[in-house]
Design a binder for this molecule. Structure first.
Ligand SMILES: Cc1cc2nc3c(=O)[nH]c(=O)nc-3n(C[C@H](O)[C@H](O)[C@H](O)COP(=O)(O)OP(=O)(O)OC[C@H]3O[C@@H](n4cnc5c(N)ncnc54)[C@H](O)[C@@H]3O)c2cc1C
Length: 276
């Protein structure tokens, strides 16, 4: 069966707005914003797991984690790395990462590093040894998207995979969640979840860009019925194009679409919130 939104696009018609439920969009599915007290914490590396060719999970322990809080799957912490600049007033070298898994009782925190060509975070994670220490800051806040939607789509590249994996693991029993992840060959992961998870692993083919490959996969999938939340994170220009596609071409409510640039080609330490 050809879906109505795909048919309308083929005919050059504007996408239909999402089916109305009861009440205006912003009165349902309220996003809760929390602030956390921030301080620096020193962690000790206690485990190293190579999840896939380029994804390395580092497990940390610390008594500093006793009051650590991370309420949302897309929270971020700052990791501090030694600066290459030896000047006294050199700025600290910081990078954003996702608290992938946190166990308050055990005082453990896992961070997944998507290893790429070069950069202080990649270099540090690739060379890290048990017993090494790492300073972190944050998260400063959490924007908690409630687990009361009818369905979820989570879209991104390997830098988004830690947040996507965490969300899939944390969603409620039976809720439909589809993930669309573009990554190098062999980078797919097994996740344990109670949600009804459909995984679309898209092997980067080098012949087209990430946005085009993700879009091709999304083109084949109808938006499920009911209220849904679409989350996107990838290289900034890729995330921007996908947000435009989801909102303007697929007609998904912009209030229920969140997109962020998790890195920027040719620029170190980039984080971009993508809005209109
Ligand atoms: C909120 C948030 C959460 C994030 N969570 C994670 C996470 O959990 N795990 C994770 O691995 N990353 C995550 N990222 C992405 C990560 O912060 C960036 O990839 C960061 O640039 C890596 O730092 P670096 O020191 O390795 O490289 P940088 O010094 O920042 O960059 C050096 C060069 O590498 C390029 N580059 C950066 N990242 C990539 C990449 N992935 N592939 C190819 N080229 C790249 C840059 O364009 C630059 O030219 C997150 C980003 C944000 C904003």
């Amino acid at each position: 069966m050809v879906r109505v939104d795909i048919l309308r696009r083929r005919l050059g018609l504007a996408a239909l707005p999402p089916a109305p439920s009861s009440g205006p969009v912003m009165q349902r599915h309220q996003i809760t914003r929390l602030r956390h007290e921030t301080r620096k914490r020193t962690l000790t590396l206690s485990s190293i797991e190579q999840l896939s060719p380029h994804m390395r999970r580092l497990g940390f322990t610390s008594t500093d984690l006793g009051d650590f809080a991370s309420a949302a799957h897309d929270d971020h912490i700052k990791l501090f790395f030694p600066s290459a600049d030896s000047a006294e007033d050199a700025k600290p070298c910081m990078r954003d990462f996702t608290p992938r898994r946190f166990d308050a009782d055990r005082g453990t925190l896992a961070i997944d590093f998507a290893l790429h060509e070069a950069g202080p975070a990649t270099t540090w994670a690739a060379a890290a040894r048990i017993g090494d220490t790492l300073e972190i800051g944050g998260p400063r806040g959490s924007a908690v998207v409630p687990d009361d939607f009818d369905w979820y789509w989570l879209i991104g590249d390997e830098t988004a995979l830690p947040a996507i994996g965490r969300r899939v693991e944390e969603l409620r029993r039976g809720v439909p969640v589809a993930t669309f992840v573009v990554a190098g060959p062999g980078e797919s992961q097994q996740l344990t979840t109670q949600a009804a998870w459909t995984a679309h692993w898209i092997a980067r083919d080098g012949s087209s860009d990430d946005a085009a490959q993700l879009r091709a996969a999304l083109d084949d999938c109808p938006l499920p019925p009911g209220d849904g939340f679409v989350w996107i994170a990838a290289e900034a220009s890729v995330a921007r194009r996908l947000r435009t596609y989801i909102v303007e071409e697929r007609g998904h409510a912009r209030e229920w679409t969140k997109a962020a640039g998790y890195w920027k080609r040719g620029q170190a330490d980039a984080h971009e919130k993508i809005e209109d």
